[in-house]
Ligand binder design. Sequence first.
Ligand code: AMP
Length: 191
Amino acid sequence: MLNIVLFGPPGAGKGTQAAKLTDQYSLVHLSTGDILRSELAAQTKLGLEAKRYMDRGELVPDEVVIGMIESKLDQNPDAKGFIFDGFPRTQAQARALDRSLSAKKNTAITVMLALEVEKQELIKRLMGRGKISGRADDQDISVIENRISVYNRETSPVIDYYDSQGKFRAVNGMGSIGEIFDRLCGAIDNL
Ligand code: AMP
């Protein structure tokens, strides 16, 4: 199986690139942010609880997102591989993902591709997306700043987790969608 962690700060382009990589390599795309937003749209208990964290740009508790990912792994028995977008966001999530992939699928993460984008560009992209998507967390500069701080403080240590396994690859996330996609494909095809 080809199992990719597509990593990077909010606004790095993970969702856009994950959709393109899913087509290119016939993978199943799992985005915890998308799953949480669909839970919220359906007004489920999980979605309504998660909203409190999402509105402030804080992380939803580990056990909630780990449980969501485990059920998605169970729901996709025939997947050729997975692309994880916005997950794992803590080292505890990364450890749980390793355990689940091993126990449920007898497989492991192949590579972490980490998109690197300058902070000013992240803010520009998120504010631009907020105007189109209507996402509340993309329309408030203080929430955007908090999401970037949470990424730096709580999420960036996940890089060390995969680096220590020799699986971390940095990818320049500046430029056009096509240019970034070509860099990601180059990193995958070089594995
Ligand atoms: P995203 O769409 O990936 O930007 O995620 C939007 C929001 O959902 C985040 O700001 C968090 O509040 C929450 N979220 C998404 N994925 C995770 C995760 N893996 N762990 C904790 N919270 C998450």
